[in-house]
Design a protein around this ligand. Structure first.
Ligand code: HAM
Length: 421
């Protein structure tokens, strides 16, 4: 877990603002869920990888609770309970801190921030396509020059496993290993389930299939899984989603990966991760999960969503050395030249703040020259020097700290003058 000093905190908040803006642009309403929730809820379909990394403890009431390792379970809980009668589709957005006891390394922290979007109530491919498009909007909006999508479909692997009669827990174990690219171990687990030679061959061929020629890869996938009806439908679903993205005239850099799996266990359909070329870590991940809400006692409700790692987007921006295009407000320090004028300094500061100007008041009663030297060092734009003589004329001395120029300005014109310079 880390501290964020002002410059980094500023960048984090900038990305958070962009995420909130994307939520507004796509019609997602923000909800705020608790950091601590029941362990049972959070662990239900988190998958072994996330489950084993949760911060779990007993609260003073003896309940097993945990720090949230993601938002999706909390949102599914809301949809299964208080929001159960809400008209669908529901578009919900969350942003906040997430906790996983991951091995710390570059871009991998134990406390990190996610922006999370869930589209609830639709089985249709346009819902999945929307999740891809909004991710592209966020990455571009945050200032990333490029990003690449890795896309797959859980239904392809599960379709084969189901038809081969492989139990759910073995499926999940194999897919967890595939998620970590440990294909040899994954195939060992699969072989132990007694899968047929045909099934094994299909899987072995399938995990080799990947590429940017979306239509070509999909065609090969369909050919590869042609004996498995549900897997064929899954590929067709993936084709429809990507066709809709393409028809939205948004160009995404997509690689379809047939053997792509994700650690979280609740996925049932399309799955996605997003990367930037220079960083080998995912900046976002998500997918379709059509059965989680009913698992939490709600009506059977399809859903699709994604979460983005705000810390990692920040890393991506730092990697690109993208200068932040943030409109910096002018900054002002107010310096009373004697203690008897402190009240006037406070009054003028309030006046300027009402006009939207960022103001600090000299709070250490230093000599004017010392206070100005300090303001200069900190890069403050202007000093308002409050003196008896000028106040009698309803004026102050306004000093441009960069140009080292000073002039008397009427108080009533102060906000306007600062804004115009
Ligand atoms: P996830 O892939 O586990 O998905 O996490 C989403 C994103 O959170 C990752 O792509 C990454 O950017 C960021 N992230 C994960 N772990 C860390 C870490 N230790 N340090 C920094 N950043 C990290 C989910 O959480 C799902 N709930 C997404 C989802 C929403 N699926 C459906 N709806």
């Amino acid at each position: 877990m880390r501290d964020f000093l002002p410059e980094e905190a500023h960048l984090m908040k900038f990305i958070e603002d962009k995420a909130r803006r994307v939520a507004q642009l796509y019609g997602y309403k923000e909800v705020i869920t608790p950091v601590v929730e029941s362990y049972e809820l959070l662990s239900a379909k988190a998958g072994e990888e996330v489950r084993s990394r949760m911060f779990v403890f007993k609260d003073l009431g003896g309940r097993d609770v945990a720090l949230r390792p993601e938002f999706t379970a909390s949102v599914a809980r809301l949809v299964a309970t208080v929001l159960r009668n809400e008209a669908k589709p529901l578009r919900l957005f969350c942003v906040g801190s997430i906790y996983r006891y991951d091995e710390p390394q570059r871009g991998r922290y134990r406390e990190f921030w996610q922006s999370n979007y869930e589209l609830i109530g639709s089985t249709k491919p346009e819902a999945d396509a929307e999740i891809l498009l909004l991710t592209d909007s966020l990455m571009k909006g945050a200032g990333l020059l490029s990003c690449a999508f890795k896309i797959g479909h859980v239904g392809v692997l599960r379709g084969i496993f189901d038809q081969e009669g492989i139990k759910d827990d073995a499926q999940s174990r194999a897919m967890q290993l595939m998620d970590k690219k440990q294909y040899d171990d994954a195939f060992r687990v699969i072989r132990e389930t007694g899968m047929t030679a045909r099934g094994l061959q299909t899987l072995e061929r399938l995990v080799q299939l990947r590429g940017k020629d979306v239509k070509g890869v999909a065609k090969e996938m369909k050919d590869c899984v042609r004996d498995y009806g549900k897997a064929v439908s899954a590929v067709e679903n993936l084709e429809e989603i990507l066709e809709l993205v393409s028809r939205s005239r948004t160009t995404l850099d997509v690689t379809v990966e047939a053997g792509f799996a994700r650690g979280l266990e609740y996925y049932t359909g399309m799955i996605v991760e997003v990367y930037v070329p220079d960083l080998n870590i995912a900046l976002g991940g998500g997918g379709r999960y059509d059965r989680l809400i009913e698992l939490f006692g709600g009506e059977p409700t399809p859903a699709v969503g994604i979460a983005h790692g705000i810390d990692r987007i920040m890393l991506g921006l730092q990697e690109q050395k993208t200068a932040l295009k943030v409109e910096e407000e002018k900054s002002v320090v107010i310096v009373p030249i004697s203690p008897s004028l402190i009240g006037d300094a406070l009054r003028l500061a309030q006046l300027l703040r009402t006009g939207g100007v960022h103001v600090e008041v000299e709070a250490m009663r230093r000599k004017t020259s010392k206070a100005l030297e300090d303001a200069n060092r900190k890069g403050v734009d202007f000093a308002v020097i409050v003196g008896e003589k000028e106040l009698k004329e309803d004026a102050v001395a306004l000093r441009d700290l960069r140009k080292r120029e000073q002039k008397a300005v009427k108080i009533e014109k102060l906000v306007e003058t600062i804004r115009q310079v």
